[in-house]
Design a protein around this ligand. Structure first.
Ligand code: UDP
Length: 398
């Protein structure tokens, strides 16, 4: 089977730091290839993952622009997808497209009528009610949790083949030899939904050291953030996440007990996780996937969070982490983190959230997508001539 995986134009695969979807794609590809699937990856030029073929549209990840006003940057996703469509029109060897580009992906691929498509839904499905409420019937979808799918409109649920939980390569890695510190961490984008202000408040009240890691609006360091704040004309100034950081998180930052260290990546990120007593998830939304929760488990760091979204599907309260219904309860639970056995967390990650487990689930969904498509017996649009990726890249270079 040859699958075109569309990772979109935002960040490289694997990402060098933050990158939710790109992490999923990077985790999925190696075991899929070991199972005999040939992978063509549509991504940006900076991607370094080994695949059978790469289709590059943009040289660099466009994530920093994603935070700018929509009417100024909406063309990015469309340019990427248009190049992918031109490529699909040019060739006839792709059996299935596994798409990860929110809304633009399924909208454009449905209009193409090319190879069968499985689109993975990564976000809150109450978004885009117009599109999800009239979702194209020829596209199959999967969610990243049952909780996420339970909130989908009926039309999207009808297109769904079920949920595939997220995975992490850390589940297969030997434990890191890192001494455990006293601090707790919050790993993720700094934004109201992730609730860093609650983590800061709770830790300040308890006198517990807190390290927050993650980008704000795609800005990876305090210096980058300050440069934007100092430039009133910068398109990111006034962005909700920037205001959140300035008004609700920064007042707690004292450079000592409560710290924000910017985004971290690679081994630095893993060592930071592994050195923490607990990973906090005081989420203020129904987190659909929760890669960071799975990573914490895999590194033997007890996740402690609010009982919302995917968290109860990943964490078994009292065995592999702790779940609270309120902020007050969360405070109490932080005194109990040492009751959770790190080895039990790692074992859970190995059995439920390993790349191999995720790839097996996706292979099954690919087969079911193909079966569905055969039943519909839609003639593939393989012979239409098109410009192809190379010509788009060349045009952009001019
Ligand atoms: N992440 C990272 N560095 C950071 C902050 C986050 O590498 O400074 C990673 C984190 O480890 C996880 C991903 O970015 O793999 C975030 O995924 P998650 O599903 O938790 O959040 P979302 O996709 O909603 O941002």
């Amino acid at each position: 089977m040859k699958v075109l995986i569309n990772a979109g134009p935002w960040l490289p695969v694997p990402p060098t730091g933050y990158g939710g979807i790109e992490n999923v794609v990077a985790t999925l590809i190696p075991p899929l290839r070991r199972m005999g699937v040939r992978v063509v990856l549509a991504t940006v030029g900076q991607s370094t993952i080994e695949v059978d073929e790469v289709l590059r549209v943009y040289d660099e990840g466009q994530f920093p622009h994603l935070q700018e006003p929509y009417n100024q940057v909406m063309g990015i996703a469309h340019a990427h997808q248009a190049a992918l469509v031109a490529e699909l029109r040019r060739r006839d060897d792709i059996d299935l497209v596994h798409d990860h580009l929110e809304v633009v992906g399924p909208a454009v691929l449905s209009a193409l009528g090319g190879p069968p498509v499985l689109h993975t839904l990564h976000w809150d499905l109450r978004k885009h009610p117009d599109f999800y409420g009239s979702f194209p019937r020829d596209i199959s979808v999967n969610g990243v949790s049952n909780s996420q799918l339970s909130r989908a409109p009926a039309r999207l649920r009808a297109a769904s083949l079920g949920a595939v939980h997220l995975a992490t390569p850390l589940a297969d890695a030997p434990p890191l030899d890192v001494p455990r510190g006293e601090h707790v961490i919050v790993m993720g984008r700094i934004c109201p939904m992730k609730g860093q202000h609650i983590a800061a408040r709770v830790c300040r009240d308890l006198g517990l050291p807190l390290v927050m890691a993650g980008p704000v609006c795609g800005l990876n360091t305090p210096e980058e953030l300050n440069a934007v704040l100092d430039d009133p004309g910068h398109p990111l100034n006034g962005h909700g996440d920037l205001r959140y950081h300035a008004e609700r998180v920064a007042p707690y930052l004292d450079g000592d007990l409560i710290r924000w260290i910017g985004a971290v990546g690679g081994e630095e990120r893993d060592r930071l996780y592994a050195s923490a007593r607990a990973a906090l998830f005081p989420i203020q939304w129904d987190e659909p996937g929760g890669t960071a929760v799975v990573e914490a488990l895999a590194l033997g760091v007890p996740p402690v969070g609010l009982r919302r979204g995917v968290l109860p599907e990943i964490i078994e309260h009292g065995r592999t982490g702790l779940l609270a219904d309120t902020e007050e309860e969360l405070v109490g639970l932080l005194a109990r983190v040492d009751e959770i056995d790190p080895e039990e967390c790692r074992r859970e990650a190995r059995t439920r959230f390993s790349p191999h487990v995720m790839a097996q689930r996706y292979l099954d969904l690919y087969e079911r997508t193909l079966t569905r498509a055969r039943r519909r017996a839609k003639p593939p649009l393989r012979s239409i001539a098109g410009g192809g990726m190379a010509s788009v890249a060349a045009a952009r270079a001019r």
